[in-house]
Design a protein. Structure first.
Ligand code: PAF
Length: 276
């Protein structure tokens, strides 16, 4: 892969990169389409990164379908699909970690402390291997996007980070590879997550500015469906992820909920009226 990247660069070609864990849905494809328009050569990676899963999490059952992924990649104009083996990315002697101090202490990092170290370590490695000029990440993983931007700034990594909006099913459910774990009933219950965000937007439009009130309402909506539990609901600063109590500027509302045993995340940037 590094040799391909060097060849592209020597020939003056611009490389765009979309790192993924596979099992493609429209969300992945929208990242690839955006990346394809930004460069000459489009490289994607498919790698279910063991470093970002805790021993209790779904590494072994994480959905995989390489044949279908490769067909989608081809249709979407991908030039190279990089699919490393775990042993080659993390040989026995591997001991380096890339980690950030502050941003991972919020939201998903609280109950999944290994997650972002795993993400930043693998993304650094992939950047060094693929040598992209630009990389595209989804806004559904908003915290991941902020963390990657911060890492790239902090370490002077010469890759431009672009983002693309969350792809949703027609009824609003954010697309996720983990949606494939949901039964038909759970699929209905999962909609509560999007409804809780929509309701927050409505409340803000009606003039409610107190985050506690909006979060309580969101909690009620999610818990009103059988089998749902809340991991977190936060209203926070769009750059630092620190809590915001009174909404007087654009904020991030981020939700993580369990639908049965399936953990889903979603978010929305809420913009108070005078800021629009
Ligand atoms: O968002 C993902 O799918 C993963 O976290 C990423 C960026 C591919 C790193 O493993």
């Amino acid at each position: 892969m590094q040799e391909y990247a060097d060849c592209f660069r020597v020939r003056g070609k611009k490389i765009a990169f979309v790192p993924t864990m596979g099992f493609f849905h429209e969300g992945h494809l929208s990242l690839m389409r955006k990346a394809r328009d930004l460069a000459d050569e489009l490289v994607i990676s498919i790698f279910v990164n063991p470093l970002q899963f805790a021993p209790t999490e779904d590494l072994s059952s994480y959905p995989r379908d390489t044949k279908s992924d490769l067909a989608f990649a081809e249709q979407t104009g991908v030039d190279i699909v990089f699919m490393p083996e775990a042993d080659s990315l993390y040989p026995g002697a591997f001991q380096t970690r890339v980690s950030l101090d502050q941003l991972p202490r919020h939201l998903c990092g609280i109950n999944r402390p290994q997650l972002f170290n795993g993400v930043t370590t693998v993304v650094s490695k992939l950047f060094n291997i693929v040598k992209p000029h630009v990389a595209v990440f989804g806004e559904k993983d908003f915290q991941q996007l902020l963390i990657i931007r911060q890492m790239v700034n902090d370490l002077n990594i010469d890759v431009k980070i672009e983002s693309a909006p969350t792809a949703r099913d027609p009824d609003g459910l954010a697309m996720s590879s983990r949606n494939s774990y949901l039964t038909a009933d759970q699929r209905e219950n999962a909609l509560a997550v999007y409804r809780s965000l929509q309701n927050a937007k409505d409340l803000l439009e009606k003039g409610v500015r107190d985050s506690t009130v909006i979060i309580d309402e969101a909690k009620k909506i999610i818990l009103s469906y059988p089998g749902n539990t809340v991991d977190y609901i936060e209203i926070c600063d769009v750059e630092t992820l620190d809590d915001v109590n009174m909404i007087d500027k654009p904020v991030l509302m981020a939700v993580a909920a369990f639908v049965g045993k399936v953990r889903l995340i979603d978010n929305m940037v809420l913009v108070p009226d005078k800021q629009k």
